[in-house]
Design a protein around this ligand. Structure first.
Ligand SMILES: C[C@@]1(CC(=O)O)C2=NC(=C\c3[nH]c(c(CCC(=O)O)c3CC(=O)O)Cc3[nH]c(c(CC(=O)O)c3CCC(=O)O)/C=C3\N/C(=C\2)[C@@H](CCC(=O)O)[C@]3(C)CC(=O)O)/[C@H]1CCC(=O)O
Ligand SMILES: NC(=O)c1ccc[n+]([C@@H]2O[C@H](COP(=O)([O-])OP(=O)(O)OC[C@H]3O[C@@H](n4cnc5c(N)ncnc54)[C@H](O)[C@@H]3O)[C@@H](O)[C@H]2O)c1
Length: 310
């Protein structure tokens, strides 16, 4: 991953846009979807940009770019047709600690703009690391059709109810189980009857003090595409991950990111069994059915923990 993905709080963002043509206009429109402060510098601006200026949405410097304009800015977008000017801005921005994006010039970008699926407050942003913008657009269009429009409404609702769930359940595992169960209910994703479904679930949920231990054994294929949907869902739910050394890192990366991970060996069998005794959900990515792995699974069953195979 050569590009590190983060989301910036745009309330505190000061952005300079160099250029006043069609491409600069598109970047400004995108920036104005957020509360960023946008300053445009160009000796000429298009009718679209003029309209934004008249509406008081942007600041405008009617001049040629100068490096002094980078002061107090965190980002600069460059949309001029002048290659040597674009190179100069890339260099000067770097010297001033400002990150530059030169539109459609990966080699002059300190950061690149992603394809975006906006279901605010849920926002999906993705890149092809500059390798293939057309492939990226193709996937954005595909994902647009499967991500429901109501997802933003659901995320806002969950945000408003987070404190109520925190007040009701003191421990982290109970809160996670509550939300997992709420989001998997029929109709919830479509935003139907959120308030009544939520209230009913909150009233009927028990505070589970000791959870039932689960060992989720994934018979891991060579290729991630061959994992079943059930396997991936359970890999995402595990508290701890144990994997045979042969398992591909791409598959391990599909497990819950904050779950501790360990390679299966003699030394950590006892440790994993003790996690199961504490009622944890352990996912075991198994590739070779060795006698040692059979013994481990048998020992887990003896602990009275539930064993599921995928
Ligand atoms: C996300 C998106 C948003 C946006 O434009 O901001 C975006 N490009 C989009 C579309 C698109 N861009 C181009 C075509 C025409 C087809 C083609 O030529 O391939 C199409 C397709 C179309 O329009 O259908 C031309 C192009 N783009 C770049 C180069 C130069 C190069 O690759 O070296 C060239 C050749 C210029 C030339 O030959 O002269 C470079 C960049 N374009 C990026 C972003 C950054 C990398 C993102 C990534 O990781 O892929 C990066 C590195 C810099 C940046 O601009 O931040 C949007 C797609 C998603 C969406 O639709 O949502
Ligand atoms: N138009 C397209 O379809 C398209 C598509 C992809 C990439 N691009 C690239 O994006 C860039 C911008 O495209 P465009 O169509 O908006 O071009 P444009 O010629 O309409 O706009 C360029 C703008 O830069 C301004 N400018 C020039 N020198 C300047 C300086 N020293 N300081 C400040 N502003 C200055 C000009 O006044 C003008 O407003 C070009 O490099 C182009 O190759 C264009």
């Amino acid at each position: 991953m050569n590009y590190f993905p983060i989301f910036l709080d745009a309330k505190k963002l000061n952005v300079l846009v160099v250029g006043g043509g069609e491409i600069a206009g598109a970047k400004i429109e995108l920036l104005l979807k957020s509360p960023a402060t946008v300053t445009v510098v160009s000796p000429k601006i298009s009718a679209n940009i003029q309209a934004l200026l008249t509406a008081g949405k942007i600041k405008y410097i009617n001049d040629y770019y100068d490096k002094s304009m980078l002061a107090q800015k965190q980002l600069v977008f460059v949309a001029t047709e002048n290659r040597s000017l674009n190179e100069q801005i890339n260099k000067e921005a770097f010297e001033h600690g400002v990150l530059a994006n030169v539109v459609d010039n990966a080699d002059l970008c300190h950061f690149i703009t992603p394809a975006i699926i906006d279901r605010s407050p849920m926002v999906f942003a993705m890149i092809s690391s500059g390798q293939s913008p057309v492939l990226l657009r193709y996937w954005r269009e595909k994902l647009e059709t499967i991500i429901p429009q109501s997802l933003g409404k659901l995320a806002s609702f969950a945000g408003q109810k987070r404190q109520a769930v925190k007040d009701r359940f003191t421990n982290f595992t109970n809160r996670r189980v509550f939300w997992e169960s709420f989001f998997s209910k029929t109709g919830i994703e479509q935003g139907e009857d959120l308030e009544s479904a939520f209230n009913m679930q909150l009233e009927n949920s028990e505070d589970v003090t000791s959870t039932q231990a689960e060992l989720l054994v994934i018979n891991t294929p060579d290729h991630p595409d061959l994992l079943t949907l059930g396997a991936v869902r359970n890999m995402q739910k595990a508290d701890n991950i144990l994997h045979d050394v042969e398992v591909d890192s791409v598959i391990i990366d599909l497990c819950r990111r904050d779950a501790p991970k360990a390679a299966f060996n003699e030394d950590n069998i006892a440790e994993t069994l003790s996690l199961l005794k504490q009622g944890k959900r352990v996912c075991y990515l198994n590739t070779n059915q060795t006698s040692q792995s059979h013994e481990f699974i048998a020992a887990a069953k003896e602990l009275n923990c539930q064993v599921f195979c995928f």
